[in-house]
Design a protein around this ligand. Structure first.
Ligand code: SF4
Ligand code: SF4
Length: 62
């Protein structure tokens, strides 16, 4: 499961990187719609939101 934590500074960098438009603004910071996120399988070798985040606000939990 990929999720965005409270360290998110709302920089917007991950939003255009998501191939399935699963990232949108939540109450305080960006969040990932779990019903849309495919963990980038079939698109990229690793979750692209994780790869681009400058502040390590994207968590990957197996
Ligand atoms: S892991 Fe990939 S599909 Fe899931 S939210 Fe991040 S960029 Fe989008
Ligand atoms: S790239 Fe990281 S800090 Fe920027 S909006 Fe996405 S999760 Fe938040």
């Amino acid at each position: 499961m990929i999720s965005i934590n409270e360290d998110c500074i709302n920089c917007d960098m991950c939003v255009p990187e998501c191939p399935v438009e699963a990232i949108d603004m939540g109450e305080a910071h960006y969040q990932i719609n779990q019903s849309l996120c495919v963990e980038c399988e079939g698109f990229y070798p690793e979750p692209s939101c994780y790869a681009v985040c400058p502040v390590d606000a994207v968590d990957i939990r197996k």
